[in-house]
Design a protein around this ligand. Structure first.
Ligand code: NDP
Length: 400
């Protein structure tokens, strides 16, 4: 029987909700392009409830314990004295979420001789040293598409809120003011602007589709070009490099995975090639941007704004400069963990575990690493290597 070690974010400070704002979430059975939403044999939770925090347990306890497995759930994930490190030595399966990632570095994988499956309850497995997983034969899987649309909605919200100067205007209302000029001195319309996405995968395309009705000019760059049909439908301009795209864009949205090719892609050099006064919206991964280069560009005015919900490491230390830099609309990593998204990634996690313990194949689209190599979605969207370096800094959040 297996030990399943699951790392989830903390419950709300006032405890689990006794009542929810709405009575349910719409049922989504398939995604654009036809991939079906998760199809576990059963679920032991009510869709629309908080499943992603410790007490929610992703709705897994009854299922796992009924099969004789052990489930350990904790939010204490960083540093050598954490519950995660104490429990890791005999775990067969580690489940973690990108929002509150249990960084599976090479050192930690070496301390877990029984580890066979690293499962991401969400999308994005860069918190796992994929090179070490490849070398150790650990399978890495994630719930592809479960929250891609959730993120695309967040991107559109952040683009509008930055360009229209929404957050500072809202602050004036709360302060009791009516300061129209203060609110609008940085406010523009989105209409007519050039918007480009770095990567046109599931999220990138969903962002492009949602932006089209705003009468903007759409651009993209990606390792694989989209079909002529989609390019025509969305009136897209393709660029063969990020540099070529950022030169002409007023807004750049980043939607690629973090892997060695994309780590610190937006450094001082890349940002200097952007139009003065451009905006960046990054909901992909914090480390795709160079932390200090972003702060500097906002301070000098090279960037008019930066928004996103991804940081490095996570949780971000309390003195992380992105918390206080000017003209930013940062949120903690929440875009992919709405109650709607949780329903899907909890069901997807259950589906993957049912396959794993039932010795049935995991869907190809959920695989990142398998059989000692990149596989499935991983083989298409990632490159081998490690992007977890520096993650130990996450433990500073606890002591600050
Ligand atoms: P997909 O796998 O559908 O798309 C990723 C795309 O990135 C692919 O089209 C891939 O290209 C492209 N890509 C990879 N490397 C590069 C590169 N060097 N330059 C340009 N394009 C590149 O994933 P999703 O769209 O669903 O998710 C994308 C990322 O968003 C995730 O990996 C994750 O990091 C992040 N995410 C964030 C969430 C949040 O809550 N904030 C939630 C979900 C995801 P190709 O396949 O053509 O090689």
């Amino acid at each position: 029987m297996a030990k399943v070690l699951c790392v989830l974010y903390d419950d709300p400070v006032n405890g689990m909700p006794k009542k929810y704002a709405r009575d349910g979430v719409p049922e989504i059975t398939s995604y654009p392009g036809g991939q079906t939403a998760p199809t576990p044999d059963a679920i032991d939770f009510t869709p629309g409830e908080l499943l992603g925090s410790v007490s929610g347990e992703l709705g897994l306890r009854r299922f796992l314990e009924s099969q004789g497995h052990t489930l350990v759930v904790t939010s204490d994930k960083d540093g050598p004295d954490s519950v995660f490190e104490r429990e890791l030595h005999d775990a067969e399966v580690v489940i973690s979420q990108p929002f509150w990632p249990a960084y599976l570095t090479a050192e930690r994988i070496a301390k877990a001789p029984k580890l066979k499956l690293a499962l991401t309850a969400g999308i994005g497995s860069d918190h796992v040293d994929l090179q070490a997983a490849i070398e150790r034969g650990v399978t890495v899987a994630e719930v592809t598409y479960c929250n891609s649309i959730s993120v695309a909605e967040h991107v559109v919200m952040m683009i509008l809120s930055q360009v229209r100067n929404y957050l500072p205007s809202h602050e004036w209302v709360k302060k009791g003011g009516w300061n129209i000029a203060d609110c609008v001195e940085r406010a523009y319309d989105l209409e007519g602007m050039h918007v480009g996405t770095v990567a046109a995968g599931r999220i990138g395309i969903a962002v492009l589709r949602r932006l089209k009705p705003f009468d903007v000019k759409l651009h993209y760059t990606d390792r694989h070009r989209l079909s002529a049909e989609i390019e025509r439908e969305l009136n897209l301009t393709w660029h063969d490099s990020v540099e070529s795209m950022v030169k002409v864009c007023d807004i750049v949205t980043i939607n690629c995975p973090l892997h060695p090719e994309t780590e610190h892609l937006f450094n001082e050099k890349m940002i200097s090639k952007m139009k003065r006064g451009a905006y960046i919206v990054n909901t992909a991964r914090g480390k795709i941007c160079d932390r200090d280069a972003i702060v500097h560009a906002l301070e000098t005015g090279q960037l008019a704004g930066y928004a996103g919900d991804v940081w490095f490491p996570q949780p971000a230390p309390r003195d992380h400069p992105w918390r206080t830099m000017p003209h930013q609309g940062m949120t903690p990593h929440t875009s992919g963990t709405t109650l709607s998204a949780q329903t899907r990634y909890a069901a997807g996690t259950r589906e993957i575990l049912e396959c794993w313990f039932g010795e049935r194949p995991i869907r190809d689209e959920y695989l990142i690493v398998d059989g000692g190599k990149l596989a499935g979605t991983g083989a298409h969207s990632y490159s081998a290597g490690n992007a977890t370096k520096g993650s130990e800094e996450a433990s500073r959040f606890k002591v600050a």
